[in-house]
Design a protein around this ligand. Structure first.
Ligand SMILES: Nc1ncnc2c1ncn2[C@@H]1O[C@H](COP(=O)(O)OP(=O)(O)O)[C@@H](O)[C@H]1O
Ligand SMILES: [Mg+2]
Length: 262
């Protein structure tokens, strides 16, 4: 299924792409896990026919990862040419000189402050230091930077000032159920009941099951050989064992689907 782009994201993207002042275009997507931040970046790159450069950031992301790193295998093998390996900003800078490039820096809230300042420097200048005294210069007009944040810590005001911000909302229930049915090939009615069941529970630390988990739950439910097994599968994904009365209609849909498939 294709990415379903909603109005707040669409409007922000249009606005940022129309900008002509030569500054880096930076979109910051915030919102709970599973609201489609990472998928949005991929979808935009595909829609623009752009190069896609991606990095999932961590608390240990540093200038090596951003600018220029060392390829350990090449160093051990004594392959001097390949020892230096470009960091993600260097790759994006290089690509942007060849054509439209989407750089997704995923989960930027994970990095330490120091790395955030390195990033800010890149967003201001488009420059990536590769060796003392040598820089790569990104072509900012052909670069779209998409930052995502799960909000584990606030980003600096300086970074926020450079970003067009979009707060991603959870997908509506019908869309979640349609995606579940499409990906898992489980009947729509069973998907709807499984989704409600997973959402009704509040035992989980994050209180919502992600779409990925819901799809896997629906897929695994189709493998159940008995209503008891269905109970075990639901429990495995949601931490609660629903009673027989709750499971019976879901089981009914699964059995009916199997009959149809025969
Ligand atoms: N608007 C959407 N249209 C289609 N699929 C979506 C949409 N939003 C999220 N998804 C799907 O939901 C799942 C979670 O999305 P993801 O981008 O990983 O969320 P996040 O990065 O916010 O945690 C992925 O499988 C993704 O393809
Ligand atoms: Mg993500």
């Amino acid at each position: 299924m294709n990415y379903i782009m909603r109005d707040p994201e669409r409007v922000a993207l249009r606005g940022i792409l129309a900008r002509r002042n030569g500054d880096a275009r930076v979109l910051l997507l915030t919102g709970a896990p599973g609201t489609g931040k990472t998928a949005f970046a991929e979808a935009v790159a595909a829609e623009l026919g752009a190069f896609y450069v991606y990095a999932l950031l961590h608390s240990w992301s540093d200038d090596q990862e951003l600018y220029q790193g060392v390829n350990v295998a090449a160093a051990v093998a004594g392959d001097a040419e390949a020892v230096r390996q470009p960091g993600v900003l260097a790759v994006a800078a290089e690509k942007s000189r060849q054509g439209m490039t989407v750089l997704c820096l995923d989960e930027v809230d994970k990095v330490q402050e120091r790395t955030e300042y390195l990033l800010l420097d890149f967003l201001q200048t488009g420059r990536v230091p590769v060796r003392p005294g040598v820089h790569l210069q990104a072509s900012l007009p052909s670069l779209l930077v998409i930052l995502t944040s799960n909000g584990t810590r606030p980003l600096s005001a300086a970074l926020l000032r450079r970003c067009r911000r979009v707060e991603m909302q959870p997908l509506p229930a019908e869309t979640v159920e349609a995606i579940m049915a499409e990906r898992s090939k489980t009947p729509a009615g069973a998907c709807a009941m499984l989704r409600k069941l997973a959402y009704s529970i509040g035992e989980r630390a994050d209180r919502t099951a992600s779409l990925q988990e819901l799809c896997l739950l629906a897929e695994e439910a189709m493998l159940a050989e008995s209503i008891q097994e269905l109970g075990l599968i639901v429990e495995g994904w949601t931490d609660i064992r629903p009673d027989h009365k709750t499971l019976a209609p879901i089981w009914g849909e699964i059995v009916a689907q199997r009959r149809r498939a025969k």
